[in-house]
Design a protein around this ligand. Structure first.
Ligand SMILES: N[C@@H](CCC(=O)N[C@@H](CS)C(=O)NCC(=O)O)C(=O)O
Length: 192
């Protein structure tokens, strides 16, 4: 199976890390998705023009939520429960808002400006991080490897891109630190 993505995307990294931990053999195809050379490969495989994309022989699956569902099924692993799906949605909401803000910043906007769009994203990021900090020690969070990996990838991307300060959120800091010597975290580090 091929995982089409980039080395920096937190959505791609969570799939790559989960696959590595679960001995699921994925060949990574890393693209510069905004570059003229690589962009056609992404567009050809996903009309929504986003990564990650998984290719399993003739079958193409887009979106990290669908990809993990497919891989859990294929490896006969337990799917996420509904409460776990809700927690994943919360992680994704935070991640999506940060991606939007990151792209706005790269486009030259002042993302600290008092504008409805920026205010909504900043509010969502702050509140979802608070919520996750309060809930990640719950059994349903702790019991789900994919949730832990997904949140770690978000937090490490926040650190890597210096997006927001979460140093006052002790449980998030503890989770981030807990992956420091984790082999799959090291081998998928976007800084390399
Ligand atoms: N819901 C998607 C989000 C994926 C996503 O936002 N990927 C980013 C990279 S981190 C992307 O491809 N962005 C391209 C764009 O926004 O044009 C998923 O879970 O896979």
């Amino acid at each position: 199976m091929q995982l089409i993505g980039s080395t920096t995307s937190p959505y791609v990294r969570r799939i790559a890390m989960w696959a590595q931990v679960n001995n699921c053999d994925l060949t990574r195809v890393n693209l510069n998705i905004f570059g003229d050379d690589d962009r056609p490969t992404m567009i050809k495989n996903n009309p929504a023009r986003k990564i990650p994309i998984l290719i399993d022989d003739e079958f193409t699956i887009t979106d990290s939520n669908n990809i993990i569902r497919y891989l859990l099924d294929k490896t006969q692993s337990t799917q996420l429960s509904w409460p776990q799906e809700n927690l994943l949605t919360t992680i994704n909401a935070c991640n999506d808002s940060l991606v939007e803000l990151f792209l706005c910043k790269r486009s030259g906007f002042d993302i600290q400006a008092d504008k409805l769009f920026f205010n909504l994203q900043r509010e969502r990021v702050e509140q979802t991080l608070n919520y996750l900090n309060d809930h990640l020690t719950n059994d349903e969070f702790k019991g789900c490897e994919y949730l832990n990996i997904s949140l770690y990838c978000l937090l490490d991307w926040i650190s890597f891109r210096e997006l927001v300060d979460f140093s006052h959120l002790n449980e998030l800091v503890a989770l981030h630190n807990s992956y420091e010597n984790h082999q799959a975290a090291i081998s998928t580090d976007p800084r390399d």
